[in-house]
Write a protein that binds this ligand. Structure first.
Ligand code: SER
Length: 315
């Protein structure tokens, strides 16, 4: 049984990861940490601590005192928000990582998980079936911070033996906790409108194909990579991870199979330029080879579950 800390626990991934980790290790074994002063209601089943990841001394003192087995560092600004506040995004996305990697190097935590993203790729990357190792010239602040973070993870592993593991998440689709500030958020927002019987205005063009994944698959991938034997994890930057790829039009068609009257219109904004630089689909054969990764949820299953589960009070 591990003693675990999840930083950024109040976010889209953090909320579901804390719940899954508490199921696995026991609710008192998993501390949720977030910038919010009040514990988010979904996390009230176990310990909660208010934490500003940029307050390095406070973070260090707390972690040195507690001696966690595993830390999941999820606090970050996503792609669209980061473009509006580049200085802060760079600081938040980088400084927290370096603080945690140093704690791991000093032996205060055994294993670290840090999320990377499809945003590490850029316009010069092959966009179809994007390979694990390829040209990476991201054009967003978020992508630059994720690529730099990947390099730091590999560096701390090679140089100091830090056991850090990472995944390049595609756009994540979930109903428990909303995403915030991402380019792929349309694929969540659309379900709230559809369920409310309203038309949806997409901020991406109808034919913009992006790699996506249902949250249950993403959480399972996270647990699986963390459970894999150390020597199986041969990539210490971040693994490509694929789920499903679809366009706004294809997603609206999947919804129309269930709600035939659903309407979508297209009104691209600045997020279109971001999406245009990201892959259409991902080759994740390395993750399959090294730690047996395989996604489960297809687009019709995602549409069915989301339309059933989204809670309109959350919107
Ligand atoms: N979902 C993220 C975003 O859109 C990508 O990692 O910013």
């Amino acid at each position: 049984m591990s003693y675990v800390l999840v930083i950024g626990a109040g976010g889209q991934i953090g909320t579901e990861l804390v719940l899954a980790l508490r199921k696995k290790h026991g609710k008192h074994q998993v501390v949720a940490a977030d910038i919010k002063t009040e514990c988010p209601p979904l996390l009230s089943s176990g310990p909660y601590v208010q934490m500003d990841v940029l307050n390095r001394d406070a973070v260090r003192n707390y972690i040195i005192y507690k001696e966690f087995d595993e830390i999941y560092l999820l606090a970050a600004l996503l792609s669209a928000t980061a473009e509006k506040n580049p200085d802060f995004a760079w600081r938040l996305n980088m400084e927290g990582l370096i603080t945690i990697l140093n704690l791991a190097k000093e032996g205060h935590v055994k294993k670290v998980f840090w999320p990377s993203s499809i945003a590490v790729f850029g316009p010069s990357t092959p966009l179809d079936n994007t390979p694990q190792t390829t040209v990476m010239e991201p054009t967003t602040v978020y992508g630059i911070s994720k690529l730099a973070g990947e390099r730091w993870c590999e560096y701390y592993h090679t140089k100091f033996g830090v056991d850090v593991r990472s995944i390049r998440y595609p756009g994540l689709i979930s109903y428990k906790s909303p995403p915030g500030g991402g380019t792929t958020d349309y694929a969540v927002d659309i379900f709230y409108k559809a369920k409310a019987g309203k038309p949806f205005k997409s901020f991406l063009k109808e034919d913009t194909m992006l790699p996506m994944m249902f949250m249950d698959d993403a959480i399972r991938a996270t647990l699986e990579i963390m459970d894999a034997p150390k020597k199986a994890i041969r990539i210490r930057s971040a693994y490509n991870l694929a789920g499903i790829s679809f366009t706004p039009k294809q997603l609206s068609e999947a919804i129309q199979k269930i709600i035939p009257s659903f309407q979508i219109t297209y009104c691209p904004d600045f997020r279109q330029q971001i999406a245009d630089t990201w892959p259409n689909s991902i080759d994740d054969s390395q993750a399959t080879h090294d730690w047996n990764w395989k996604h489960q949820f297809d687009i019709d299953a995602v549409a069915r579950i989301m339309l059933k589960k989204v809670n309109l009070n959350n919107f």
